[in-house]
Design a binder for this molecule. Structure first.
Ligand code: PMP
Length: 407
């Protein structure tokens, strides 16, 4: 493909031909999940037609094919994150499971009474609740870095929270409720000065910008396959070798052992140590195909296209009377959260759905983030690489019509 050819890219996603309420589907719910290109759908189907087997254990042709496909996907993930080694890539169910793994494994070993865990005000519930559970269990304290009125982290306030008791900082790279791109790199540096480990939640960033875990220097990085054009039920925990080595197994079973007797079990090194039982082999392979797909377009090209579209859409949203944008940081990706005077958020969602336009309206599993701005719910269109200017124009037209009905 010569340029970032949006028409040709759209043809890669069969679901974009779907009609909803007699209208062509306009998918603007990418922060919830992304659609799948034909290459991902085909790759999963190919796996079940030609390669399906359990991995590692059996010594036959299909086991070898399945193992190669699964480990090949792990290599693609390592490349995608710029991780130095495939041993640093653990397959899990998704971002939620990855964070819970770190909390239950690394966290239980390294976080004790009166230790501190720092998160931010704009985290997804998946990056709040596991730490609350850990704090309740260990007597540790959860501290929350505030944001300014645009929804950006107040770095000075964040730094004030850090002290020698800080064991872990767990922050999102992009907020799913506001779209804020946080100053992740600086936060990692600050946290490391106090000897804390840092987990970066990449669930909302990996599909919108290039990821480089070495440049970020984070200790853990998590994401979900389904938000980067891959299947549901597969996700990734990246960990620095020493951080993973410092983490005990969290689930026991097959695959994760070297030797078992009734007296003693010897565990595998990471990543196998964290992959007890039969994993989601086919969907890991599908995730590998999704990574091939975005890399074929180029993450830089995707980021540029989405950035232009986000600015275009934001400027149009600002022209709608009575529309209040929530999350107005300078550094943003994909997400436009808003409320519209005179309408409940679910009414706006329903009006858009009538025109075939899918957006999320609700609390987006980030209640503290929205409450920071005095609302319980918002309407949340969110962009991905296949969205175009027509999608945005259609969104704006419905909102304008709602406002004129209500004038
Ligand atoms: N973190 C963020 C920032 C998210 O947006 C999401 C999904 N909305 C998650 C974590 C959890 O991802 P999953 O539900 O795929 O585990």
């Amino acid at each position: 493909r010569k340029q970032f050819d949006i028409d040709s890219i759209r043809r890669d996603f069969p679901i974009l031909q779907e009609r909803v309420n007699g209208k062509p589907l306009i998918w603007l719910d990418n922060a919830a999940t992304t659609q799948k290109p034909q290459s991902v759908i085909d790759r999963i189907s190919y796996f079940y037609q030609h390669e399906n087997s359990n991995i590692h254990r059996a010594a036959h042709e299909l086991a070898a094919r399945a193992t190669d496909a699964y480990e090949g996907a792990r290599s693609k993930v390592a490349r995608f994150l710029n991780a130095p080694s495939t041993n640093e890539v653990v397959f899990v169910r998704g971002a939620t499971e990855a964070i819970n793994l770190v909390a239950k494994s690394w966290g239980r070993r390294h976080i004790g009474k009166d230790d501190e865990i720092v998160i931010s005000w704009i985290e997804h519930h998946a990056n709040i609740v596991p730490w609350q559970m850990l704090a309740a269990e260990t007597g540790a304290r959860l501290r929350v870095a505030p944001v300014d009125n645009d929804g950006q982290i107040l770095l000075d306030e964040f730094e004030k929270l850090l002290n020698p008791k800080t064991r872990l900082v767990s922050i999102t790279q992009v907020s799913n409720a506001l779209g804020t791109i946080t100053p992740t790199r600086q936060m990692v540096q600050m946290a490391h000065r106090y000897g804390a480990r840092v987990l970066v939640d990449g669930a909302q960033s990996v599909s919108h910008m290039a990821t480089d875990v070495q440049a970020l220097d984070c200790d853990f990085f998590v994401f979900s396959g389904h938000k980067v054009f891959g299947p549901t039920g597969i996700g990734v925990l990246y960990g620095k070798p020493d951080a993973l080595a410092d983490s005990p197994p969290w689930q026991g079973g097959g695959n994760m052992i070297v030797d078992v007797t009734f007296e003693k079990t010897i565990y595998h090194a990471p990543p196998a140590r964290f992959e007890a039982g039969t994993g989601n082999i086919a969907d890991a392979v599908g995730l590998g195909a999704a990574i091939d797909y975005v890399e074929s377009l180029g993450m830089e090209n995707i980021a540029r296209h989405e950035h232009d579209l986000l600015i275009y859409a934001t400027n149009l949203l600002k022209t709608i009377p009575g529309l209040r944008l929530i999350g107005t940081a300078k550094e943003k990706a994909s997400v436009m959260s808003f409320v519209l005077e005179g309408y409940k958020t679910e009414e706006v969602g329903a009006a858009l759905n009538k025109e075939g336009i899918a957006v999320r309206s609700g609390h987006h599993c980030a209640q503290p983030a929205l409450r920071r701005f005095g609302v319980e719910t918002s309407v949340r269109p969110s962009l991905a690489l296949y969205n175009n200017y027509d999608d945005v124009d259609a969104l704006i037209a419905v909102l304008r019509k709602l406002k004129s009905n209500n004038a």
